[in-house]
Design a binder for this molecule. Structure first.
Ligand SMILES: [Zn+2]
Length: 360
């Protein structure tokens, strides 16, 4: 039996016996997921119930069988690090804080070839990364709401050389890559215009499954701000977006320049302008892949990112090759945390209470 198939079977078996032994409900992770299990997980259950051999002639099955195959041959390690990429302008030429459209496209190709797949940040935060076995997650983030990230061509669609246009075309050509990203916006310069003039782009992003994050109204150095000004920069931006998008709540913050306010707690929660805010995660500027959510090293309030650029991407792809234990590799089952037994020391202390674990 291929390793990936064994992994899925064992995970389900462990979950069931643990629930029976404890007389408890389903694992927290499953319970927290409305509508769980989704179609793919249900298909897996059916596949397992079928003895793991052959494919039942059920209409819900076709997508599940290829998804069970380990596309890279890498064994699962859901205690490895997660790559969160940090982009700014997508424009020519290559420069600091600027990736060319061709360079960005090349990043997608390299990541895809190396077995990475795009996931939403919210799935990382919830520790429900839903990828095929053997693949690794990458989160794309875009700071500063530059016009080069999203503008519309004459046909009303994202321009082919915009960040969104490039990602959409790549996903159309590689449907298994995924199409996700977080846009950390600054309201006062929102895609090249004052915020109120650009809400169509915010609407477009949300309607197409992208996430929005807070990057302050005006991109100040928060370490120099007063408590009142910090809360206004964060809270007022939160309020504007809520108002523009019918209550949309930005869940995460990217710190301008990576600088914290003097009172660090004000980056997490506060109330300023017309709006209160409380963030689930705070993203840094740089400088390494992030610890996996099930590890003790994971801290969503200090999430590191990797700066976009040819050399840095090359560095980190080589680093993952040289340190395979550091690479997050999916087992194909978002309801289970699978990892080599030798890495169990990385688990956060309450991991067994929060998730279904499977070591091998
Ligand atoms: Zn910025």
């Amino acid at each position: 039996m291929p390793l990936a198939r064994l992994a899925v079977s064992l995970c389900v078996a462990v979950a069931t016996s643990a629930a029976l032994a404890l007389g408890a409900g389903p694992p927290v992770k499953a319970a927290a997921r409305p509508g769980h299990p989704p179609a793919r997980a249900a298909a897996r259950q059916a596949w397992i119930a079928d003895g793991g051999e052959g494919v039942p002639a059920s209409a819900s099955m076709p997508a599940a069988t290829p998804a069970q195959q380990n596309v890279t041959g890498r064994p699962p390690n859901e205690l490895g690090r997660v790559l969160i990429m940090e982009y700014h302008r997508i424009w020519n030429p290559e420069a600091p804080w600027q990736r060319s459209p061709a360079g960005f496209r090349r990043d997608l190709e390299r990541l895809y070839a190396a077995g990475f797949r795009s996931v939403p940040l919210r799935d990382v935060l919830a520790n429900r990364i839903d990828l095929p076995p053997g693949t690794s997650p990458v989160v794309f983030t875009f700071d500063d709401s530059y016009v080069s990230q999203l503008w519309f061509a004459a046909d009303g669609q994202p321009a082919a050389d915009s960040a969104v246009g490039i990602m959409q075309r790549f996903a159309a050509e590689h449907p298994d890559f995924g199409l996700h990203g977080v846009f950390y916006i600054t309201w006062n310069t929102l895609f090249g215009a004052p915020g109120a003039q650009s809400t169509d782009r915010l609407r477009y992003l949300v309607d197409h499954g992208f996430e929005l994050g807070n990057h302050t109204l005006s991109h100040p150095d928060l370490s120099r701000g007063t408590a009142a000004s910090v809360q206004k920069e964060l809270g007022q931006e939160q309020a504007y977006v809520r108002q523009a998008l019918g209550g949309y709540e930005m869940q995460t913050l990217a710190l301008p320049f990576g600088n914290w306010p003097r009172d660090r707690s004000l980056a997490r929660t506060g109330d300023g302008g017309d709006g209160a805010y409380r963030f689930e995660a705070i993203l840094q500027v740089g400088s390494e892949p992030a610890p996996a959510p099930a590890t003790a090293a994971y801290n969503p309030l200090v999430l590191p990112r990797v700066q976009a650029g040819e050399q840095l991407l090359s560095y980190w792809l080589a680093w993952f090759d040289q340190h395979p234990d550091e690479r997050y590799v999916s087992d194909g089952d978002p309801a289970c945390v699978a990892f080599p037994a030798r890495l169990a020391g990385r688990l956060r202390p309450d991991a067994a209470q929060r998730w279904t674990l499977r070591s091998y």
